[in-house]
Design a protein around this ligand. Structure first.
Ligand code: SF4
Length: 254
């Protein structure tokens, strides 16, 4: 079976525990205006414009799963400090069957796996047993706003977050904070109401303030970056983190 990859490389601790081979799978069902990986959005890839020393090129490469698994196996000496392989995107569940096969095979090899997901796939919980650490993006608790700004799946996202909080043993929920989109008191209340009362012994929570790392890539993809500047005041970040701590939720900075 084949799997489409638009980027891969090693990262330490930002995409899961330890040193990891991070594999970006092509395709995403959402269209977040601030997306930092616009080259990963279209299932078939996108032509990246000519850059200084590089000719125009298609964003993604097609890999045989066996070849990708071989690369993972050969990289295993670099998986220190609890590292392993992370699948991210785009949205990795867009290639669900290939992803499932890869996760199963890595589990059989004893390689730790992380899945980073926008959590809007209805079949996501089927993958939970195959994933060592689950990293879920939580952008809004308002399904209508989700639909209007990002795309469909806002209700599924909430259900998946709650299922993961009940069932997954190693969960990181990340909140990209975008000023004017999800930084009001109502937004904060919405996040907390989905997460629910009581400590979450297997869950940690991280707020990621808006950045513009993707802006240049939108240009390289021949796309216009429509997101208005949405930097989050320090005070807003502090209020969100404090509110979570006051609810006995563990706030992380990875
Ligand atoms: S879910 Fe992630 S990859 Fe997809 S559009 Fe949003 S930020 Fe980009």
């Amino acid at each position: 079976m084949k799997i489409n990859v638009f980027n891969k490389g090693f990262h330490y601790s930002q995409d899961g525990h330890g040193n990891r081979l991070v594999i970006h799978l092509q395709g995403c069902n959402l269209r977040c205006p601030w997306c930092a990986n616009p080259e990963g959005l279209e299932m078939g890839g996108i032509m990246m414009q000519k850059q200084e020393n590089r000719p125009p090129r298609l964003s993604c490469e097609e890999w045989e799963i066996e070849d990708l698994l071989k690369l993972c196996r050969e990289s295993s000496s670099l998986f220190f400090d609890g590292g392993g392989v992370t699948f991210t995107g785009g949205e990795p569940t867009m290639q669900n069957e290939a992803l499932r096969q890869a996760l199963e095979a890595l589990g059989e090899m004893g390689i730790h796996t992380v899945l980073e997901t926008n959590a809007t796939s209805v079949t996501l919980p089927d993958l939970f047993p195959l994933v060592g650490q689950l990293i879920m993006d939580f952008k809004t608790a308002d399904p209508k706003k989700h639909q209007m700004v990002l795309g469909p799946g806002g209700k599924i996202l909430i259900k998946n977050i709650q299922t993961a909080l009940e069932n997954h043993r190693d969960l990181l929920i990340r909140f990209p904070l975008i000023y004017g989109f999800n930084t009001s008191e109502d937004d904060l209340d919405g996040f907390l109401s989905v997460i629910g009362e009581g400590p979450k012994p297997h869950g940690v929570f991280e707020f990621l303030p808006y950045h513009e790392f993707g802006r240049e890539k939108w240009r390289q993809c021949g796309l216009e970056y429509h997101q208005q500047k949405a930097y989050v005041p320090e005070e807003t970040l502090r209020v969100f983190e404090e509110a979570f701590r006051n609810h006995h939720l563990q706030v992380a900075h990875t």
